[in-house]
Design a protein around this ligand. Structure first.
Ligand code: ZN
Length: 335
C-alpha cells in the first residue's frame, strides 16, 4: 500500500474548486509512453499549469499499470528538476470498470480514479460508484463518476450511439454516491471519428466540415441542479486538421476524422467543466511527426530521431491546449 501523497502527487479536489471559481479547466492527458509523458510534463511546467495524467485500460495493457505509476512518480521529480517546486500532478485512472481495479490503483498510489458505471442500469451505477467512493475516500483519493453514455471508441470503451446525461438524475447520483466529480455526455465522443460527415455542414470559408454543436442546454441544466459541482468532459480532442492533412500527405489514410471545435471547448472550460480529457490529439500529433520523418528521411533508423520530433510536436500541442483552449496556464497554487 502506497499513498499518493508520499509520491508527491495531488488529488483533484483543490484544483477543481479553483478551476470552477477561475473559469478554466484542467487538462487531462492520457499517457502510455515516455515521450508522451515528457511532453505533458514539460508543457505543464513551462506554462505553470496543474495537470492530470490519465491511465486508460489500453495503457495498462500496453505499458503495465505498475510501470505507469512509477513513471508518474518520476514525472513529479522531473517537474521539480525543471524548476517547478510545487507541481500539481494528478495520477488518474481513466474508465475504471470494477471496484477491484479502482482499489488496486488506490493501493498503488493513484490520487484519483474514475469508476465508469455509465453502461449499467442506474441503481447499479449508484451502488458501484458509492462502493468505490467509500474505499477511495479513506485515503483521500478523489473519484469521478459518469452519467450518460458517450459514443465512439476509446481503447476498450465503445458505444454506437450517445445518450445525453439526464439532468434529473444528477442530484440523486452525486448525493448518494458521494463522488467528487461527474463526467457527463453532451455530445463529445471518444476517438478521432467523432462525427459522420453527414452530421456536419461545410464551412464555405475553410472548406472544412463543421460538426453539430454540443448540447450546452444539458450542461446548463446539470449546473443548475448541482451548482459548483465539478463536471468532466471526456472525448474532447479537436482532431486538428493540420495533423490529419500531414498524416495523409505522408502516406497515411485518415478519412473524415472530425473532432470538437476548440471554440466549444473554450466555452465549456469557462463553466463548471473543470476537467477536459484529450487523448486522440496527442496520437495524431505523434503519428504526423513520425510519418514526416519516415517520408523525408527514409534511411533513418534511430528511434530517437523520429520519437524526438514526435515528442516536440506533442509538447507544442499540449501547450496550445493549456494556453489557448483550457486557460489553465499560471494556475499553480504555488510556483
Ligand atoms: Zn473517456
Amino acid at each position: 500500500m502506497v499513498n499518493y501523497k508520499d509520491l508527491g502527487l495531488v488529488n483533484t479536489r483543490d484544483m477543481f474548486a479553483r478551476a470552477i471559481k477561475g473559469g478554466y479547466a484542467i487538462p487531462a492527458f492520457n499517457f502510455n509512453n515516455m515521450e508522451q509523458l515528457q511532453a505533458i510534463i514539460k508543457a505543464s511546467v513551462e506554462t505553470k499549469s496543474p495537470v492530470i495524467l490519465q491511465v486508460s485500460k489500453g495503457a495498462r495493457n500496453y505499458a503495465n499499470q505498475t510501470l505507469l505509476r512509477y513513471m508518474a512518480e518520476g514525472a513529479v521529480a522531473y517537474a521539480k528538476e525543471m524548476g517547478c517546486e510545487h507541481p500539481e500532478i494528478v495520477l488518474h485512472l481513466d474508465h475504471g470498470d470494477s471496484f477491484e481495479l479502482c482499489k488496486s490503483c488506490v493501493d498503488l498510489g493513484f490520487s484519483s480514479v474514475m469508476i465508469d458505471g455509465s453502461h449499467l442500469p442506474y441503481e447499479e451505477n449508484v451502488a458501484l460508484t458509492k462502493k468505490v467512493v467509500e474505499y477511495a475516500h479513506q485515503f483521500d483519493v478523489t473519484v469521478e463518476g459518469e452519467l450518460g453514455v458517450l459514443a465512439g471508441v476509446e481503447d476498450e470503451v465503445s458505444a454506437e450511439h450517445h445518450t445525453y446525461t439526464n439532468p434529473e438524475e444528477v442530484i440523486d447520483f452525486a448525493t448518494r454516491t458521494g463522488c467528487d466529480s461527474l463526467a457527463i455526455s453532451i455530445g463529445t465522443s471518444h476517438g478521432a471519428y467523432k462525427f459522420k460527415p453527414e452530421q456536419c455542414h461545410l464551412d464555405p470559408k475553410t472548406g472544412r466540415l463543421v460538426p453539430p454543436p454540443l448540447a450546452f442546454d444539458v450542461l446548463d441544466a446539470v449546473m443548475e441542479k448541482l451548482p459548483g459541482f465539478p463536471i468532466v468532459l471526456h472525448g474532447s480532442s479537436s482532431v486538428p486538421q493540420e495533423y490529419v492533412d500531414m498524416i495523409n500527405q505522408y502516406g497515411g489514410k485518415l478519412e473524415a476524422a472530425i473532432g470538437i471545435p476548440e471554440e466549444e471547448l473554450r466555452k465549456a472550460a469557462k463553466s463548471a467543466v473543470c476537467k477536459i480529457n484529450i487523448d486522440s490529439d496527442s496520437r495524431l500529433a505523434m503519428t504526423a511527426a513520425v510519418r514526416r520523418v519516415f517520408a523525408e528521411k527514409p534511411a533513418e533508423f534511430d528511434p530517437r530521431k523520429y520519437l524526438g520530433p514526435a515528442r516536440d510536436e506533442m509538447e507544442k500541442m499540449y501547450k496550445h491546449k493549456i494556453l489557448n483552449v483550457l486557460g489553465s496556464d499560471g494556475k499553480l497554487a504555488q510556483c
